[in-house]
Design a protein around this ligand. Structure first.
Ligand SMILES: NC(=O)NCCC(=O)O
Ligand SMILES: [Zn+2]
Ligand SMILES: [Zn+2]
Length: 484
């Protein structure tokens, strides 16, 4: 199948130019001025709009078993929302249960992924530790094409791992050429603070926010960075939500460490006043970890994206219905943690980022697509409008407007945390591997159209880390023998 996108302005992370894009059998075969349409080609007139690499959201939880229920969007509704918002690939988290084989969990998540309408990939979570996990990590990397392992420093008694497990797993990642990811909140302290506020009589959703202050995130981020450094591993910090965590990442980078930070679109535009709503449902729908912060933290996150100390904007899409949120009526600790955002990430970020001058269109492409493609080792197959890349593209109309509303969204849940947000700048057409999957408000892709994307290990990064570690390692002092 041949497709020509004519008359657009192609924006990559490093350059912008007027160019047509020719696609054959799912791959970009030419990018240039005034390309001829081959006989039989479908032609899309971009009409001067931007042509961007499709968005990549590296942080979703579709059909996730969590806090006694399952997240409401599965791979079908989640990826449908994604393409409607200009995102052509998601990376979800495979979560082995306690004592469950990583290989069995992988098969379960691949089964869930069979319904995806857009491409997807998986991170593997390390939720427990012993020799079996150590051994299976190799198969996960070499056979399943997963080069990222997630570690939760929060959710005590459920997903949380301790420092010993962290050091073992990070060291194993270093040996395999894989990248560890962390949810950085100190789960022991969160547990105590939850009890403290509950005992004081704070039972509503605001208790969730009070019990997860920026300090628990700052501490855990610093700790994970230091442990990764000692293990000789790079590190990716998911949902970086506050100044303390951002500063830890910026400090590490300034010291030459390979550390990456990922703010969420929610933390960039929504703040903690939401938890003060008198409407329990309204506040509970916004319960996620880390919670929304005060506006001074937002300024820090934007500055990080602008200066390059933070690299990626994700969603952590983990959507629960109002009925599910009500599991926590009377006890905020039981409110399922998570919010949606897959359909909204790119439009809201364009509006709050590009329309305000915080980001250039090229920086927008970097933080929504290219940087994460590079971090996940799938660039330039993904994350670029370039010859040889997968034809995952968005024709982006910078003047189109909409007001976010749960009534028109593709997600299955009954509300939207961005409700009423007026966006200027929207996807007009989304293309996945050369096929139009979204146009004029309608998604045409079908369950099963999405393909699983394998991601090879990063030998070069780990060789560099190991070389430097070896050069700088403490060595025993050679001394003259002392004769007794
Ligand atoms: N973020 C959140 O509240 N829910 C999803 C699980 C996680 O990422 O911590
Ligand atoms: Zn998390
Ligand atoms: Zn998450």
């Amino acid at each position: 199948m041949t497709l020509l996108i004519r008359g657009g302005t192609v924006v990559n992370h490093d350059h912008t130019r007027r160019a047509d894009v020719l696609i054959e059998d799912g791959t970009i075969v030419a990018v240039g001025a005034k390309l001829e349409a081959p006989v039989g080609a479908e032609v899309i007139d971009a009409g001067g709009a931007f042509v961007l690499p499709g968005g990549i959201d590296p942080h979703t939880h579709l059909d996730m078993p969590f806090m006694g229920t399952y997240s409401a969007d599965d791979f079908e509704s989640g990826t449908t929302a994604a393409v409607a918002g200009g995102t052509t690939m998601v990376v979800d988290f495979c979560l082995p249960g306690p004592g469950q084989s990583l290989l069995a969990a992988y098969q379960e998540w691949r089964h869930k992924g069979e319904k995806a309408v857009a491409d997807y990939s998986l991170h593997m979570a390390i939720t427990w530790w012993d020799k079996q996990v150590f051994d299976e990590m190799e198969t996960v990397v070499k056979t399943y094409g997963i080069n990222t392992f997630k570690h939760f420093l929060a959710y005590k008694g459920a997903l949380m791992v301790n420092d010993d497990e962290l050091f073992h797993s990070f060291s194993r990642c270093a040996g395999l050429g894989a990248l560890p990811l962390v949810h950085a909140e100190n789960g022991d302290i969160v547990f105590r603070l939850q009890q403290h506020y509950f005992d004081l009589g704070v039972t509503g959703p605001e208790g969730h926010s009070y019990s997860r202050p920026p300090e628990v995130e700052g501490e855990a981020t610093n700790r994970a960075i230091m442990i990764a450094d000692m293990a000789g591993s790079p590190l990716y910090v998911v949902h970086t939500s506050c100044r303390e965590s951002h500063e830890a990442i910026a400090r590490a980078r300034a010291a030459g460490k390979r550390v990456f930070g990922e703010p969420l679109i929610q933390h960039l535009v929504l703040d903690d006043r939401e938890y003060q709503s008198k409407d329990w449902d309204y506040a509970a729908r916004r319960v996620m970890s880390p919670p929304f912060r005060d506006r001074s933290h937002q300024a820090s996150l934007w500055a990080g994206l602008q200066s390059g100390s933070l690299q990626v904007v994700a969603t952590d899409h983990c959507a629960f219905t109002t009925d599910q949120k009500r599991f926590g009526l009377g006890d905020f600790r039981k409110i399922p943690n998570g919010t949606g955002g897959l359909e909204d990430r790119m439009p809201v970020l364009w509006d709050a980022g590009v329309n305000t001058g915080r980001l250039t269109p090229e920086e927008f492409v970097a933080v929504t697509s290219t940087n994460i493609a590079r971090i996940l080792n799938i660039y330039p197959r993904k994350g670029a409008v370039a010859v040889g890349s997968d034809a995952d593209l968005v024709v982006w109309d910078p003047e189109a407007t909409k007001t976010v509303s749960a009534k028109t969204q593709k997600s299955r849940i009954d509300y939207n945390v961005f409700e009423g947000y007026r966006c200027r700048g929207l996807p007009a057409v989304t293309i996945s591997r050369g096929r139009v999957v979204y146009r004029d408000g309608a998604v045409s892709a079908k369950p099963g159209d999405g393909q699983y994307v394998e991601r090879p290990a990063f030998p070069a990064v780990h060789v560099a880390n190991a070389t430097w570690k070896d050069l700088t390692r403490p060595r025993g002092v050679e001394r003259l023998e002392v004769t007794p």
